[in-house]
Design a protein. Structure first.
Length: 205
């Protein structure tokens, strides 16, 4: 690369950083009809799942899983009315991994499963209230059954776990379909007879 090209790329990078930082610091803009534009929430991370819910003060909030070079390192809570945000670091090492599936349950708890850890975040208390080490590695699909039990199925060998939010009982069933190829369980469902169904998705080829 020539010096001129290197200088041009360097200036482009600085300009982009300034644009992002100025967007992040921009004042909230009223778009009308109840919509507000708060600008860039965080200019240094990738979002890996977003839900809208309410916190313990009945304020409308967005919950966003954050991902950068460290992995899925935190959950960002954004106040929908003010744009104010707070990061909540995950209570386990992200290990360069990140959420591929997450679910907001019927009792307003937010779940995900990555880097071989299953976790629960409670928007009411703004805190992580459960996490557990599991069979590897990250959920490709999650669901809630009719009894409110959260199910997660993981890449690469169809590890299955369940968590009962009421009793706090956590069960790791291990890899239920161990193969010599990797599985992507994007679809998970539960029936009223206690069966869990998941598609194993594409294979590594």
């Amino acid at each position: 690369m020539t010096h001129a090209h290197a200088t041009r790329h360097g200036l482009t990078g600085i300009l982009l950083a300034l644009v992002l930082s100025s967007s992040a610091l921009a004042a909230t803009e009223d778009l009308g009809n109840g919509f507000l534009h708060h600008g860039v929430a965080t200019p240094v991370s990738n979002h890996r799942g977003t839900v809208a819910t309410v916190d313990g003060e009945s304020d409308n909030v967005l919950l966003v899983w954050l991902f950068d070079h460290r992995g899925g390192y935190a959950l960002l809570a954004i106040d929908a009315a003010t744009g104010d945000s707070v990061e909540y670091p995950v209570p386990f090492p992200p290990g360069g991994d990140c959420p591929y599936a997450s679910i907001l349950s019927s009792n307003n708890k937010y779940y995900t499963h990555f880097n071989s850890y299953f976790c629960e975040f409670d928007p009411a208390t703004r805190a992580f209230t459960f996490f557990e080490k599991t069979t590897p590695q990250m959920a490709m699909g999650m669901t809630e059954d009719d009894n409110g039990i959260i199910w997660s199925v993981t890449y690469p060998n169809s590890g299955v776990v369940s968590f009962n939010p009421e009793t706090r009982e956590f069960t790791d069933y291990g890899a239920v379909y161990d193969q010599n190829w990797k599985q992507y369980q994007r679809y998970v469902a539960a029936d009223d007879a206690g069966w869990i169904y998941f598609g194993i998705g594409s294979t590594a080829s």
